[in-house]
Design a protein around this ligand. Structure first.
Ligand SMILES: [Zn+2]
Length: 252
């Protein structure tokens, strides 16, 4: 349970934009550097608000999916098997980096990859994991999303990889997710769903919605014809623009 995750391998090819920018402009509209939420209650309230948005966003049905936010030397995560509309702020489970918790509810059964992402990726302050229809359909085919649209840049590189299949909740799945996230901010998960990280909860949610939209466009394009891929240079130009807007920056 306390097994240490493998180290994050830095960079992935020359399109990686994982490079220590410090200012985040979240998609929620307010500009300027973000200050991490230090107050646990405020973070619980924000996590609850974002969790309740999951159903309306089309990202999640029923109790599928889970989300978390880094807090102190651990993280807060949604509990296992509870409908989001019944969730209260106090139901969110605080888990430490050894996977320990003290709560009447169990953390999401998928807490392990949340923990391992926070351990391996100091830039990640929030994780959204969901099973939305289009991203999951591609994941069922074990397909990566290539650079067929400039919004591929939301994932931080020239593709959104599909992590290999392993049983949910296992260390093997967590290892596969970290590998697919190398130099990236989102990945698909074979025969399962998708995952997005962010420098805060709002950014992680925004990214998850954009990845699902991208997956929908790509799936449609595959039915219409053969999608034309952008060149490395074209993708690099967009990645540079995104970096300027802070859309893929680590938490300041
Ligand atoms: Zn899942």
């Amino acid at each position: 349970m306390g097994e240490r995750p493998h180290a994050f391998k830095a960079g992935h090819g020359n399109l990686s934009t994982w490079r220590g920018t410090t200012v985040t402009m979240p998609p929620s509209g307010h500009r300027g550097p973000r200050h991490p939420v230090n107050d646990e209650q405020a973070l619980r309230d924000e996590l609850l608000a974002q969790a309740r948005r999951l159903g309306a966003s089309g990202l999640s049905q029923g109790t599928s999916g889970n989300l978390s936010a880094r807090h102190g030397d651990g993280f807060l995560v949604t509990p296992s098997g509870m409908p989001y509309d019944e969730l209260r702020a106090e139901d969110l489970v605080r888990v430490d980096m050894q996977g320990r918790y003290e709560h009447r509810l169990r953390p999401s059964s998928e807490w392990r990859f949340h923990r391992d992402i926070y351990a391996a990726r100091p830039d990640a302050a929030a994780v959204v994991h969901v099973h939305p229809p289009h991203a999951t359909a591609l994941a069922m085919c074990r397909m990566d999303i290539p650079a067929a649209h400039y919004m591929i840049a939301v994932g931080g590189g020239d593709s959104i990889r599909c992590a290999g299949y392993h049983t949910y909740g296992t260390q093997a799945l967590s290892d596969a997710v970290l590998e697919a996230l190398d130099g990236r901010l989102a990945c698909l998960m074979a025969n399962h769903g998708m995952l997005a990280v962010g420098s805060d909860l709002a950014q992680a949610m925004w990214r998850a919605v954009e990845v699902e939209t991208l997956a929908r466009h790509y799936a449609l394009a595959l039915q219409v014809g053969r999608p034309v891929l952008l060149t490395d240079g074209e993708v690099a130009d967009v990645l540079a623009t995104f970096a300027n807007y802070g859309l893929m920056s680590p938490r300041s």
